[in-house]
Design a protein around this ligand. Sequence first.
Ligand code: FMN
Length: 479
Amino acid sequence: MASLTIRKLDDAVKTYLRLRSAKNHRSVEEEVRVILRELIEGREEPLTPFSAPPTPSATATPQRIGALPEASVTLIIGGGIAAYKSLDLIRRLKERRIEVRCVLTKAAQQFVTPLAVSALSHERVYTDLFDPQSEFDAGHIRLARECDLIVVAPATADLMAKMANGHADDLASAILLATNRKILLAPAMNPLMWNNAATRRNVTQLQRDGVVLIGPNSGEMAEAGEAGVGRMSEAIEIATAAERLLRPPMPKPLAGKRVLITAGPTHEPIDPVRYIANRSSGKQGFAIAAAAQAAGAEVILVSGPVDLGDPAGVTVKHVESARQMLEQVQAALPADIAIFAAAVADWRVANEGEQKLKKTAGSMPPLQLVENPDILATISRLADKRPPLVIGFAAETEHLIDNAKTKLARKGCDWIVANDVSPATGVMGGDRNTVHLISRKDGEIAVDSWPVMTKEQVAIELVAHIAKSATGKSLEPAS
Ligand SMILES: Cc1cc2nc3c(=O)[nH]c(=O)nc-3n(C[C@H](O)[C@H](O)[C@H](O)COP(=O)(O)O)c2cc1C
């Protein structure tokens, strides 16, 4: 099959793949494989076609996170005394939501039975290269490729020798030679076998070939009175190493950066029991706070009244009014990046009642409105403590882009995230958002329109842009 060059895909597809792979902790290449596999097996909803360049009405494919096992392993069990530990390893992998298909060498069957392995893995077990049942469609090639990782535990001296020399005379070695997946070996053998010059040469060769080893550990051997390096790593150590290869930790491009975010509405009191408010839910600002925290930033979130739990690892300052929000924002400075996603009320009541206003027949209370402080403009114009990157949000119901461009110039911020909040969009209080990132580029104003995304996706994408701009680093795990 011809290889796929991710670079050559159009921007909307790349954005979708980047978001989906980041969310699933996979490389983009791995994510493409998962999508294709799901499509072939009829498990995935059809992808919405993307147009290039993306238009505000383009729809991103809904994610199905958590619906399927997130990763799969082909586990090859070699013929060593430590094979019994592979039974525990199956359990440890499965509890991490890793699907396991097992292959037993002929020697391994002397130590554990295919029945026990099959009962634990809930899958058929493979033992024979020339099995007509699985080889009618080249089963060893499928076992080699239809997984995200191959784990060999225990990796015997014999199996490692075969691998290092490219042998393929049984099912296990044929799979190991035919695979294009990462391989994790958990060697287990007598210390003299491990230190033998031939094994040393084979280990060096395998490491040069890109094979990853875990262990062996040092300790007592099964053989009475023998000790040294050669004990297989514990099942939990192997499972952790496998998970690390399958789901590499997310990079932290914003480590060392302090990010200040505002979110939610403000409540402007009329009297002790009444207030002026707006329909902002705070979901977008909270999602940005969580994404920035996941990217390694120290995050201070100043939030108006919302029905959301505080994001983990984020310092949250709860406020009611615009003036309180400004106070907390100023107290949180200095910051490297400030994102003003809150829907701050433009006006407040000048003559706020000290007591509850009484309803008197035929007359209305004379409410006078005065302008609230403009938090975005105030911070954008600071002489000394202005954060190097200030981002505002523009919620508009008409002339979205034009109004946002004007706002960028008027407020003096660096970027504006513009979104259409007309009732028909369902953005206010909803889970999805369609945004346009408006920034200055080489003296010109650039507009980058993103497809419809969940607010979490918008947050991840915005944080990716911020990381690129502030640090030049990417949010994607290295593939
Ligand atoms: C009781 C017993 C225990 C063994 N334990 C190990 C071991 O821990 N590591 C190893 O490399 N070989 C061990 N061997 C030797 C392997 O079973 C032998 O090399 C076999 O050919 C390996 O086949 P395989 O690599 O296809 O699984 C042991 C043999 C016996 C009889």
